[in-house]
Ligand binder design. Structure first.
Ligand code: ARG
Length: 531
């Protein structure tokens, strides 16, 4: 650790990485000691409904232009970012000063060849033909690159690089080779998991009438979202609380065709209820929110309070935290798995533990695959989120279970109470804690967090701040990737993943977290494509 800019007072911090730091773990020496939500962040903290929620599932990834951090002198000697260009460069690399290819510029006919008039005519015709062929080839190549390079508003098919226009998504015709354009046309909206389908014709989302709906359809929709059928929980009809005036209904006499082709528009539902769908039983904890006084200031977690919390280890040392979202997927921070930490085989995941000591006597879970957000920027910490797929599935118990991923349309209020947990350092520069700690931190409005007195513009839409401007309670090194959760409708939701902060628990330097609401669509798409 280098010189601290801020003197620390007594602080109870949650996080931090002794182990990782010692192990040459990425040093966020920029004093952005890494911890990281979206427009939603904004919206999370603002009152107006953020436009972002509207169909954000179909927005291109790169909607967020990565800003360069304002020079606040926070990050001296930060290593240069080494991420791949996020936009493929299809520009043909033709040096401007090279002679043009012979096909296009045929050699001047030699004196011997084109002496007679007939020969001249043949030569000219041949030259023209060659030029035409060249032009056609060039036009075809140009068309190919334009059609496939997600320019403008088109959307990429999985990882194939192929692009299709938004009007072709969810239109019932597969344009992507793996049909990705047709299988993410459902979403769960708001805290009551209202199932909605997207219509490419009207470019909007519609709830589905409960009439004739059953679990088999529910399972199809969950599968299309990226869940595995074996976690399916239930679907039920609930009141049309959003006051929708347009719905989708099932045409049961349509025969054995695709679910989405059985749906048709309707102005009402016979039963008057819409489908609420739970693809996984998530967000249960033994924690009683009302008795929160005892964890103010950070305190030792109790068994079953944070069943989604995992410890991500390399060579027996705790490096980062993570959150369980399904039996095989863990959400963590992209900065935890960058560079030499990017190989899945170096990681071991421990679930259901309270102390690091326990990991010595237990076997962890091996990692099969790590997927970092393609637009993660190690410098600004933009899009600081990654997924880990386990080699073997977790079995859920009271102490091991998934947190709920936030649905579009969920509003988190400014100052909303959230909790962070982790084995990170208990003070700036300290070592990993043996016991799991947790503390309540309120969300901080992005405008406040970005003010000159706080982070002066470093908080991007993919981030959300939580903590105390007066300092004292925060996450710290080693808590990264771990959960920032809140409770709503008696369920626990993942609001963010610990990303960065200047120092730990310092005055006017709260923790910054990845804004999970912004990432859920990316998460579902990746779960879906990597099942
Ligand atoms: N980047 C840190 C990590 O890798 C988390 C730092 C959190 N800092 C803070 N002040 N909240 O563990």
């Amino acid at each position: 650790m280098r010189k601290k800019r801020i003197t620390m007072q007594k602080r109870v911090t949650l996080a931090s990485l002794t182990g990782p730091a010692a192990a040459g773990y990425p040093k966020f020496s920029k004093h952005l000691s890494c911890l990281s939500t979206v427009d939603e962040a904004k919206m999370a903290v603002n009152s107006g409904p953020p436009p972002y929620y509207e169909n954000h599932g179909y927005q291109p990834e790169n909607i967020y232009i990565s800003r360069h951090p304002v020079d606040t002198n926070l990050n001296p000697q930060y290593p240069p970012p080494s991420y791949p260009p996020s936009v493929p460069h299809y520009v043909p690399r033709v040096p401007t000063h090279q002679p043009a290819p012979p096909v296009i510029q045929p050699k001047p006919p030699s004196a011997t060849l084109c002496t007679s008039n007939i020969k001249k005519t043949v030569c000219i015709a041949l030259s023209i033909a060659l030029i035409l062929v060249g032009a056609v080839i060039a036009a075809i190549l140009l068309w190919y690159f334009v059609a496939n390079s997600c320019l403008g508003s088109s959307i990429e098919c999985g990882s194939s690089g192929r692009c299709v226009s938004p009007s072709q998504w969810c239109d019932g015709v597969a344009h992507c080779s793996n049909g990705e354009d047709e299988n993410r046309c459902v979403r769960l909206y708001g805290p009551n998991f209202i199932l909605e389908v997207y219509s490419s014709v009207s470019k909007s989302w519609y709830p589905i009438c409960q009439d004739d709906w059953n679990d088999n359809y529910g399972k199809i929709a969950c599968r299309d979202m990226g869940y595995n059928v074996d976690t399916y929980y239930y679907s039920q009809g609930i009141a049309n609380e959003r006051g929708s005036t347009s719905f989708m209904r099932l045409n049961t006499s349509a025969g054995n065709i695709d679910l989405y082709k059985k749906l048709y528009h309707s102005d009402s539902c016979t039963l008057g209820t819409v489908v609420s769908l739970r693809c996984i039983r998530c967000g249960s904890s033994s924690k009683k929110v009302n008795v929160m006084g005892r964890i103010v200031g950070g305190s030792v977690a109790a068994q079953k309070e944070w069943p989604w919390q995992v410890s991500l280890q390399i060579e027996g040392s705790h490096v980062c935290g993570g959150s369980i979202i399904t039996p095989e997927w863990i959400v963590t921070a992209a900065h935890c798995v960058e560079g030499k930490f990017s190989s899945p085989y170096s990681w071991t995941v421990y679930a259901g533990i309270l102390t690091q000591t326990e990991t010595r006597y237990r076997s962890g879970y091996r990692v099969q695959k790590i997927i970092s957000h393609p637009n993660y920027d190690s410098d600004s910490k933009n899009n600081d989120v990654a997924l880990m797929k386990l080699q073997t599935r977790l079995s859920f118990t009271d102490t091991i279970g998934p947190v709920c991923l936030p649905n579009p349309g969920m509003m988190f209020q400014p100052n909303q109470q959230c909790w962070i947990s982790g084995w990170g350092a208990e003070s700036q520069g300290g070592k990993t804690s043996d016991v799991l700690n947790a503390v309540m931190v309120p969300l901080i409005e992005t405008s406040t967090c970005n003010s000159v007195y706080v982070y002066n513009g470093l908080v991007l839409p993919t981030m959300i701040c939580a903590g105390y401007l007066e300092g004292g309670k925060d996450s710290c090194q080693g808590d990264s990737g771990g959960p920032l959760v809140t409770v709503k409708n008696s369920l626990w939701w993942l609001v963010g993943d610990t990303s960065w902060g200047t120092g730990c628990a310092s005055r006017r330097r709260p923790g910054v977290y990845g804004n999970m609401t912004v990432f859920t669509d990316w998460i579902y798409r990746n779960m879906q494509a990597n099942r």
